[in-house]
Design a binder for this molecule. Sequence first.
Ligand code: ADP
Ligand code: MG
Length: 404
Amino acid sequence: MTSNLDFMHGVKSLKNIDVAGKRVLIRVDFNVPVDSHNNITDDRRIRSALPSINYCIDHNACSITLVTHFGRPKGQYDEKYSLKHVRKRLERLLNKKVEFIEDFEASKGEIATCSLERVFLLENIRFREGEKQNDTELSKKLGSICDVFVNDAFGTSHRKHASTYGVTEYVDTKVAGFLMIKEIEAFSKALLNPTRPIALVVGGAKISSKITLLKAVLQKIDKLIIGGAMSNTFLKALGYDMQNSLYEEDFIDTARDVLDLARKNSVKIYLPVDVVITDSTEHSVDVKVVPSQDILEGFQAVDIGPATVKLFSEAIGLSNTIIWNGPMGIYEIDKFSKGTFKIANAIADSYVYTIVGGGDTADAVDKASEAENFSFISTGGGASLELLEGKILPGFENLDRMDT
Ligand code: ADP
Ligand code: MG
């Protein structure tokens, strides 16, 4: 039986086609983490797209147009989510002028001029309502500005959107970029013939989008280590009073299902035994460490405690493949970052095959100065979890194949 990973590995890549004289549209994922002043805190996703962009420049593409989303605008223009400052970083990394395009239909002629190998960056595609709805009209319009479509947006490849999925209907040549191939190879190493036991460490705040995936993932792993706001939902499911902690009321039942299923599959689950709590994340006066079931009234859990760090580190130390997705606490704030950094250290020190996924998690690994000590840093959070789940990611589904 071929796995989802084998299927995805069978798509054609940029290397298998000729881009000379062609208008190339590359779907990249420049959804980079930014701070409160909109400064890019981690540009890995931009750097990761450079090999595909440079390949097209070196192989004389007529023009290279980059399309991406950024943040979660509501289908209309929102200054906060404009890609203007992302363009500046891209220019610096590419060492080349990048032309910004607000309205790609109006610039169709420009893109087709083919006088020089020009690089264009389209304004945030999620400013258009049709993007997330995988709208036919928008897909067609995107298809009309290129001869070749390259999907290199691994971080968004689990989405069926116009620029990741719909567009493939309207382009004759569609292939994967180098990042997509690299990601599949890294996960294949972890998941096809893995060295067991496999531990999945999950955390972070995107509970609703990640928790449902965990059920299917349980069939692939041996240990599930849960921290961050994700674990608050599980602790709540155990009946603990989480007070003001961030958790998802609507997913408490799902958390319970995950716990039941883990028991049935003999997957060992690790939850925080102690947590760091605070009275406020903005102007905290009071920060304490308490057992997870003793959160004080009006307080919230914002990091895993020292006993949990020890428990999780031991479980990590006894694993032979480790996949990490989601920080253990609000790592952006110094006082609440210790749990995340210690777990980064523990995974880095394990000397086994280690993969990190998720924008914030990758950023945390960087901040812990451990990036070099991980086997692979994925640019996908949700996408990598769906890979673990055994799914064929929509972003790979309709690409040209090697065997046809
Ligand atoms: P990733 O980007 O790696 O996929 P997420 O976006 O799911 O991860 O989660 C990262 C965010 O989760 C961070 O901004 C972090 O501050 C937040 N977070 C982690 N633990 C907690 C917690 N206990 N309470 C509130 N926010 C949390
Ligand atoms: Mg995030």
